[in-house]
Write a protein that binds this ligand. Sequence first.
Ligand SMILES: N[C@@H](CCC(=O)N[C@@H](CS)C(=O)NCC(=O)O)C(=O)O
Length: 204
Amino acid sequence: MSGKPRLTYCNGRGRMEPVRWLLAAAGVEFEEIFLETREQYEKLIKDGVLMFQQVPLVEIDGMKMVQTRAILSYIAGKYNLYGKDLKERALIDMYVEGITDLMQMILMFPFSPPEAKEKNLDSIKERATNRYFPVFEKVLKQHGQDFLVGNKFSWADVQLIEAILAVEEKIPAVLSGFPQLQECGLFKELSLSYGCLKSSTRRN
Ligand SMILES: N[C@@H](CCC(=O)N[C@@H](CS)C(=O)NCC(=O)O)C(=O)O
């Protein structure tokens, strides 16, 4: 093994996408194994690699990690993207969980039956513009800093950018009422990392 983290998932965004984003934001190169057949997945289960018989699987620092949240917390902690103390960490956790709730709607969207697509898209727009984006717009406006927590780039920023781009992809004008989100420094910070992510963000 190369020493790079190895990510095992299907060739789609899904639950692995925030892991790809976070590693890229931390400047960490990684390898990917895409599961293409049922047999590949069943072999992992048979070999006892998947603790709960589920992917994502991330092999990192000698561990075979499952559970997206645990994987992300580990990476955030390891690469200093998880706040300077427990209070900053609590804030990052709250922001991340809120954004994850919004992303859950986006994750499920491709599985909507055709007759429910329009309604589900409206729900994503409604939740993004009335519940989630206003929180981050207000935070950035109130403290006047580039980043959400502690004036330092963190996991919460990475998660927010992923969500903004995912929602914009479906609803291009969604940020029109959110000037802080449009102009914040988060995008500058990620501009380098974003290059490595272009291929993965093109996935569905
Ligand atoms: N709580 C787990 C859920 C993982 C999960 O549902 N993975 C799906 C693929 S996205 C899976 O492996 N499903 C197969 C199964 O549950 O049997 C996490 O966040 O990682």
